[in-house]
Design a protein around this ligand. Structure first.
Ligand SMILES: Nc1ncnc2c1ncn2[C@@H]1O[C@H](COP(=O)(O)OP(=O)(O)OP(=O)(O)O)[C@@H](O)[C@H]1O
Ligand SMILES: [Mg+2]
Length: 246
């Protein structure tokens, strides 16, 4: 997807800086995410990907810089407005993080409890969401009865139940065998098509990046070192960029 300056991004990070003592993790990191695109961010271990996401979702404060979500500067929002905005963002974390003592159905109902109207329709929403990940048959199972790939699907269904406009995936295929990883990638594409979500995908998985990205950013030396399509980056002559494609 080409950048068009007339279209407002759904997510905008401007000159984000974050240091821990002398460790300057993010140095003027900037990026935009546009509606409907799959933007992949790659960076070596310890390059600051998780720190960037934590700043984005308010789990960590940046030292300076701006974050705009759907046109709103999050530092200027009241807590209640920030909470509303947060419900429009879905996350899929690496470990799936299901509640072990709850059934699949209860896991999916959990995020609905703060949304009265949705909670009243919970049965319908749980079924719709599980169907969208192809796992309706697992509705009454406990998490420890599921395989790794199934857990990730359920975690995805639990995120989708709030119909997020923006999805953030942190290492969605890590720890899965190649076939299951492919299935999850296909599911991410299906979801983007069905719900027109905009997705930010953090991954080490070059195959995942190849298949899913419309655009990529390499986070190197704390900053947005280069961005472009997979093909453009793959053909780069830059030594640091090349090292990702070996
Ligand atoms: N709470 C913290 N206190 C101090 N340093 C931190 C903290 N969180 C992260 N860091 C440091 O920030 C740097 C970036 O960490 P981060 O977790 O963002 O890396 P990452 O790119 O997500 O790596 P990985 O691919 O291994 O998940 C690391 O040097 C890390 O030690
Ligand atoms: Mg990380």
């Amino acid at each position: 997807m080409k950048k068009d300056t007339n279209i407002k991004p759904v997510l905008e990070i401007k000159n984000l800086n974050k240091s821990f003592d002398n460790n300057h993790v993010l140095i003027d990191f900037s990026m935009d995410l546009y509606k409907g695109e799959n933007l992949v961010i790659m960076g070596k271990s310890g390059s600051g990907k998780s720190v960037m996401i934590k700043c984005l979702v308010g789990l960590m404060y940046a030292d300076s810089g701006e974050i705009h979500i759907m046109g709103k500067d999050i530092s200027k929002l009241k807590q209640t407005d920030l909470n509303i905005l947060r419900t429009k963002i879905g996350f899929l974390f690496q470990g799936s993080a299901l509640y072990d003592s709850m059934t699949v159905r209860e896991n999916l109902e959990f995020p609905l409890r703060n949304h009265k109207e949705m909670y009243e329709n919970k049965d319908e929403l749980v079924i719709e969401s599980l169907e969208s990940v192809g796992l309706l048959s697992a509705i009454d199972l406990m998490p420890d009865e599921l395989s790794g790939g199934m857990k990730r699907r359920v975690a995805l269904a639990r995120t989708l139940i709030l119909k997020p406009k923006i999805m953030i995936y942190d290492e969605p295929t890590t720890g899965l065998d190649p076939i299951t990883a492919k299935e999850i990638i296909q599911l991410m594409r299906d979801i983007q098509e069905k719900y027109s979500t905009s997705s930010l995908i953090i991954t080490h998985d070059i195959d995942c990046a190849r298949v899913i990205s419309n655009r990529m950013i390499l986070l190197i030396d704390g900053t947005n070192y280069v961005e472009g399509t997979f093909k453009e980056l793959e053909n780069s002559k830059d030594k640091k960029v090349k090292s990702f494609f070996k």
